[in-house]
Design a protein around this ligand. Sequence first.
Ligand code: IMP
Length: 195
Amino acid sequence: MKQIVIASSNAGKIREFREMLEPRGYTVISQNELGDVGEADETGTTFRENAVIKAAYITNKFGIPAIADDSGLEIDAFGGKPGVYSARFLGHDTPYEYKNRIILERMENEEVRTCRYVCAIAYTEPGKDPVVFEDTCECLIAREPKGENGFGYDPIIYYEPLHKTMAEMTKDEKNAISHRGKALVKLENWLNEDH
Ligand code: IMP
């Protein structure tokens, strides 16, 4: 059984990594299961930099391979914000119900509703250079929140090809088209090659 540590304490993300990696034969361990490891400071200005910071933090501390994702939402009408600040937007602990309502209010008269989820996944291993895989999921800001699934911004993120918000999708539907799902397939293909 191949073990992989997810360098994150975000329950929604860890659940999605589990859903995607366990059927592929991995045992997924979250960093919290290693004890109170603290959090790496996300001082990077790109998803890629922050993903490497988070994975390398665990690899350096425990001497084990780790993966971390850094992800977020880019809203074109907001000049790409909140971007790498998606978790901290309007306050880290502010409920998403409120954050989503504020975004919809600010978007009320906005015709350009394009946005995208972006995900960078870093894999780190002791003594080796980090590798990073990135992907995106192009969406629109919905007119109203819909759906109960997923997490974070999902109720207001409308995915046109399926005529649903991310929160209306089943987990398999979301994982098949999401930024994280697609970046993870790239990582998996790479893990399956010889290194
Ligand atoms: P990170 O943990 O610093 O990478 O922050 C990621 C943040 O981006 C999350 O806390 C959410 O605000 C947002 N985000 C990333 N991926 C998703 C997703 O799949 N659904 C909803 N929100 C997401």
